[in-house]
Design a protein. Sequence first.
Length: 162
Amino acid sequence: MFLHDGPSIKLLAHIFYLSLFALIFVIDLDEKIIPNVLLYPSLPIAFLLSTFVLDIGWSRSLIGGGVAFSLLLIPYLIYKEGMGGGDVKLSGLMGLSLGFPVVLAALFLAIISGGLLAAALLLLKRGGRKSAIPFGPFLSLAALLSLIWGRELISFYLSIIR
């Protein structure tokens, strides 16, 4: 991140996100829970960082948070055993942090990588269709990658579908 940002206030924001998402990654992988004590205080911080430090802007931050939250809320409401509420709240945090449309690239990356792991586990007979795989690590890693290369990910995705 230092190589990307250099010594700057933007680097401090990215270090905050690196610490937060790494902590969520490890906790969800180990405990299969994303603690509200991490999520709730991070929501206004993410909004402020997006608005005043990372030049995402308040409107793209709010739209990103609302869209990401809504996109993961739908499957949560349909099939609660398939996704936890922490994943839904984490997606809202990602949206506030990354803004719209970058959060869409992050969600796509998380869904694809999580799906690939689930498919590999099924093929290797290491789990069944009902096996629980924490989604927070995929969301966290995708958020971190998108913080640095979000615009490039969007350009790559668009080049594939054109």
